[in-house]
Design a binder for this molecule. Sequence first.
Ligand SMILES: Cc1cc2nc3c(=O)[nH]c(=O)nc-3n(C[C@H](O)[C@H](O)[C@H](O)COP(=O)(O)OP(=O)(O)OC[C@H]3O[C@@H](n4cnc5c(N)ncnc54)[C@H](O)[C@@H]3O)c2cc1C
Length: 252
Amino acid sequence: MAFIREPIVRLIAVTHFCKPEDLDEFRIWQTDTDNEPQQLIEAAGRTCYSSWSNPSGRTNEQYIANLLEQGHMSVIEHSVASFYIRGISRACSHEIVRHRHFSYSQRSTRYVDESEGNFVVPDCIAEDPEAMKIFEEAVTKAQEAYRKLYELLREKFAHVEDKTLRRKLARQAARMVLPNATETALVMTGNFRAWRHFIRMRASRHADVEIRKVAIAVLKELQKVAPAVFGDFKIVPLPDGTEEAMSGYMWE
Ligand SMILES: Cc1cc2nc3c(=O)[nH]c(=O)nc-3n(C[C@H](O)[C@H](O)[C@H](O)COP(=O)(O)OP(=O)(O)OC[C@H]3O[C@@H](n4cnc5c(N)ncnc54)[C@H](O)[C@@H]3O)c2cc1C
């Protein structure tokens, strides 16, 4: 068993733009960036107004800034990013999956053995020896109960021939004693508009510290791959030593 303080957040996929060079409009259109997610957004926006010749002479960054300024947010939905996230608690993942415009694949507690699982500990507990002692005792006890229940239930379902099903029947019942702090892993995929909304809600000081860490880590990655879409968010330190991020635009 290990105690985890920081989430692991990795960008694992992002939009690849395929320019159809055989079409006149795409031959006329010249953009000043090789950033593919941003190229796709500009191409989608120019489709709306057939403005392939760039009559206003905007750079890609200026073009996207104008979309964000005007609240023409559906255009940024075309570009998509996927993240692999682990080292977060089940409490945190429960908050994450409330966001309905993402696709999720999460580690199953019905199939995966949690008898050696790790636990996420909030900083305010980890930094307080007395609180940490209470936390450690509680999760250790819960994990022991999980192991005992699993063994007992495996015996109870011994008549089930299918080994995988037998284990699943035991685990799905034994998992009920696992704490909210139990570590989980997930893949989360969504478009840039959904990510902007997620960051606005969850990188705010009003959100829980753990999901805020995830949202800020996601933001840092997205600022690298699509600076024109996420560059307006500013990450600022808070008096309690944590951080929050705020958007420069009013639209979501
Ligand atoms: C600080 C904080 C505290 C919270 N506390 C609680 C709590 O105590 N209890 C609790 O249950 N939840 C709580 N939540 C979760 C919150 O209520 C939302 O479920 C969560 O933040 C998902 O965001 P969202 O509703 O904007 O929707 P998302 O699913 O992220 O959707 C994005 C946007 O799409 C639109 N949308 C999506 N679905 C619909 C729909 N069905 N109808 C109309 N428009 C839609 C809305 O404009 C929405 O804002 C909290 C969230 C935060 C940030």
